[in-house]
Design a protein around this ligand. Structure first.
Ligand SMILES: [Zn+2]
Length: 445
């Protein structure tokens, strides 16, 4: 059946993302969005998995609710690369996470503030997150990025994090001095600076400034790092409390403490317990991030140590995972929200997810394949385009290749986490995990 333009659905017809509204023509001021009359922030756990850790729930923010577990789309520089906010909503993403380091350097957090905050600036009316910038200031240094990619041959222990002449970042007890990856300019981040930047960016959920370590660091370094991160967490809470009072004209921004401790059970539990108990001027963390190096094979175990020590009625965000087996393990262990650049990053290289695993549409096998990426997928790309067309777009280096591929991979990832949530609600979590992972990792495509 031929498709005419009239048949094309609005991209907003699919998914359950926030509804985008046109800017008010009568207002000459930037739209701040957010509703000052709503309860500022909250989390309500709902159905709990047998085992007592994994759960569904609802996070409330001034810009709307997030039903958890949920995958949060990454918009590092206030854009989910290659796609319109309407498409981000159409794939069902409930929230977007941007990065404080990148937006501080460009265009400057003061400009985002003047625009009315991150959501108004990027035309995303739903909930937003920013991460603290800690990961970037400590990982974008020369040589260090390679180490993070696990290319650790010839490097020992603390060499990867200790002061180094080739590194762009230098960590001390007060903060981090680093050089911009854009032009080499020197900057300094402290807990107070990160809080100021994140308040200016105005996201609904922010993260405390923490120190990044890797699995390569020695036990002694990890111990000192947990102490340092705890001290920084207290300074973040104090500055957050001050800025919240000063900026009372803005919707409330929630602050999550970040649990470090690498692969050590005692350090992870201690860090989680201490952050959960931390109060400054009567203010505690609204939720928690689980950060740092996680061994894939122990992911669920490590997340479980942490969630055991955290209050059940506060949300937990796990930074940086996107593989299907990792979602199941982390959700069962009690993580609620996730973000990862991977689905959109690999999409721009032609790597696409299907229920039968990942494949690359740029390979010659797809040249004459007139089937959709995934005939079970409800995304805009799969409804209207073939593998052969995507293959052509990538070969011809057309920009639309990235757009269509990103829409599919983001939809796949958001829907997987949505389906896991549904399986918890219906009591089918274990059966769904067995079925999904069995098929995904069986190698059939
Ligand atoms: Zn699709």
């Amino acid at each position: 059946m031929p498709v005419t333009p009239a048949d094309l659905p609005s991209v907003a017809e699919v998914g359950r993302g926030p509804r985008l509204e046109a800017p008010s023509p009568s207002s000459g001021h930037p739209r701040e969005g957010g509703d000052l009359s709503r309860p500022p922030f909250g989390f309500r756990p709902d159905v709990v998995l047998p085992g007592g850790r994994g759960r569904t729930g609802v996070i409330s923010t001034p810009h709307g609710e997030i039903r958890t577990p949920a995958f949060i789309a990454v918009g590092t520089k206030a854009t989910v690369k290659a796609v319109l906010p309407e498409s981000v909503a159409a794939v069902g993403a409930q929230a977007v996470l941007a990065n404080a380091y990148h937006l501080y350097l460009q265009p400057g957090s003061d400009i985002v503030d003047a625009a009315g905050g991150l959501g108004a600036f990027m035309n995303w009316p739903g909930p937003t997150f920013t991460d603290s910038g800690g990961f970037q200031v400590m990982s974008l240094g020369v040589g260090f990025k390679k180490v993070l990619a696990m290319d650790t041959v010839g490097l020992a222990n603390d060499d990867v994090i200790a002061e180094g002449k080739q590194r762009l970042a230098h960590v001390d007890d007060d903060g981090v001095t680093f050089q911009s990856h854009l032009n080499g300019d020197k900057h300094r981040f402290t807990p107070e600076v990160s809080m100021r930047i994140q308040h200016e960016l105005g996201a609904d959920i922010m993260f405390a400034f923490d120190e990044l370590t890797t699995l390569m660091n020695t036990r002694g370094y990890q111990e000192r790092s947990v102490e340092r991160t705890h001290a920084w967490a207290a300074r973040c809470l104090a500055e957050h409390d001050r800025l919240t009072a000063v900026r009372s004209h803005r919707p409330y921004q929630a602050l999550f403490g970040v649990v470090q401790g690498a692969q050590y059970e005692d350090l992870r539990r201690l860090a989680a317990r201490d952050l959960a108990a931390l109060e400054v001027s009567g203010r505690a963390f609204d939720g928690f991030g689980i950060g740092g190096a996680l061994e894939k094979e122990n992911l669920g175990t490590i997340v479980g140590w942490v969630t055991d020590e955290l209050p059940f009625d506060k949300p937990r965000h796990l930074l940086g995972i996107s593989e299907p087996d990792d979602f199941f393990a982390a959700i069962e262990a009690g993580a609620d929200t996730f973000d990862c650049v991977m689905p959109s990053r690999v999409a721009r290289n032609g790597a696409l997810y299907t229920p039968n695993g990942r494949f690359n549409v740029v390979t010659a096998a797809n040249r004459r394949n007139f089937a959709p990426i995934d005939d079970e997928c409800d995304c805009y790309t799969c409804a209207h385009y073939t593998r052969a067309y995507l293959h052509h777009l990538f070969k011809a280096k057309e920009m639309l290749a990235s757009t269509l591929s990103t829409i599919h991979n983001e939809r796949f990832t958001v829907r997987l986490v949505d389906d896991i949530r549904a399986s918890i609600e219906t009591g089918d979590f274990d059966a769904f995990r067995t079925e999904f992972l069995g098929r995904f990792y069986s190698g059939r495509r």
